[in-house]
Design a binder for this molecule. Structure first.
Ligand code: NAP
Length: 344
């Protein structure tokens, strides 16, 4: 399907807190925003960003009792749609009234190709939908990193007990009362390892150095936990097991000695990579691949008319509330920029 004749005022790429907040503000400003929510990263291909892979969110203001991440993203989505946001599905562009249900469990298109060389910008979805846009907000977030070992990938893809998200998968029956391992030494690794000790008999935290990167308070939490053992100066060089993981092969980063330990689950917590590859070098990025803000504190990028928000442009805070705040800023910046250009 092609929508070549359509020139949108504002296209938003991404469906996490940044994307939907931008949509809420843009819809309420009568910009009639069109969102490419994407297909999601999980097994079930659910869009909605990293919060779809989280359990309790206890630090988002306004939810004193906490809220589950996926439930919060449904609410963001429904709020954006209520004000007239449209989404690109595999079945074309839809408003809330035209969708069969109001959940994020739908087949939405990713924005596969963007041509930012001239305005209006051209955008092609991975399901074939094509449109043009006067302004674009990039809010595609960041995704989990892997060690990229052959057996790690094989077992991760077949439900064999290897995961990059302890909070999504850790409570599965297969991990109960077994020995598990988390790789990494940052806050995420400690948070995930601590979480897993609720279910596991023991959790190894495998870290490549002799010092954790995590904040002091998180470190103390880990070191005080009797079910958690840190394996210092250690890397995973292979994942063992046919259908299910049975252990990992480790290497001492100091003396090169190798050994194996039996475990029944492996969780990677070694950072994230911003989703900017699809931009094909058309926007200035920093050395880690995050979109560069040309005016810190605002949402402008190196291309006029292209704005950004959320984790794709923020490796420092990476919180739902900061991403939402950035989404709001991007929508307001886009609205003012469109008005200045006389595009209404
Ligand atoms: P991170 O701080 O970048 O830590 C990544 C960890 O993975 C580091 O310890 C790193 O080792 C290790 N690592 C990276 N690549 C590796 C590889 N190939 N093999 C083995 N180990 C590898 O990432 P993060 O923990 O996801 O945290 C990201 C940001 O979110 C941070 O700013 C963090 O403070 C924040 N955060 C906060 C909370 C909280 O406050 N509750 C929770 C989660 C995250 P090295 O240390 O040797 O580099």
């Amino acid at each position: 399907m092609s929508g070549n004749s359509t020139i949108e005022k504002l296209v938003i790429v991404g469906s996490g807190p940044a994307g939907w907040t931008a949509a809420i503000y843009a819809a309420r400003a009568n910009l009639n925003p069109l969102v490419f929510p994407g297909r999601g990263e999980g097994k079930d291909l659910v869009p909605g960003g990293q919060l779809m892979l989280t359990t309790d969110v206890e630090n988002y203001p306004g939810f004193p009792k906490g809220i589950m991440g996926p439930e919060m993203m449904q609410l963001f989505y429904q709020q954006a749609m209520r004000f007239g946001t449209r989404v690109v599905t595999d079945d074309g562009v839809k408003t809330l009234d035209q969708l069969s249900n109001d959940t994020l469990y739908q087949i939405f298109q990713n924005a596969r190709e963007l041509d930012l060389s001239k305005r209006p910008f051209n955008i092609v979805g991975d399901g074939g939908y094509e449109c043009q846009a006067q302004a674009v907000i990039i809010a595609t977030g960041a995704k989990a990193n892997w060690l990229n070992l052959e057996n790690e990938q094989r077992l991760a893809q077949t439900g064999g007990g290897v995961s990059a998200c302890a909070v999504c998968d850790g409570a599965l029956p297969m991990f109960r009362d077994t020995e598990l391992a988390v790789v990494g030494g940052g806050d995420s690794a400690i948070e995930e390892a601590s979480y897993l000790t609720k279910f596991a008999s023991k959790v190894y935290l495998i870290h490549r150095r002799n010092e954790l990167r995590a904040s002091k308070i998180m470190q103390q939490r880990a070191l005080d936990n009797p079910k958690l053992e840190v394996l210092w100066n250690t890397t995973v060089i292979d994942v063992l097991g046919d259908e299910k993981i049975s252990g990992v092969r480790l290497k001492d980063t100091q003396n090169g000695a190798e050994r194996e330990i039996p475990i029944h689950g492996l969780f990677l917590a070694i950072g994230h990579t911003p989703i900017t590859q699809f931009l094909n070098g058309q926007l200035d990025l920093d050395s880690a691949g995050y979109v560069k803000l040309t005016d810190p504190g605002r949402s402008f990028t190196s291309v006029e008319g292209v704005f950004t928000a959320g984790d794709v442009a923020d490796h420092v805070y990476r919180q739902a509330v900061t991403a939402a705040g950035m989404g709001c800023k991007a929508a307001i910046d886009a609205e003012r920029w469109l008005a200045e250009k006389g595009i209404d």
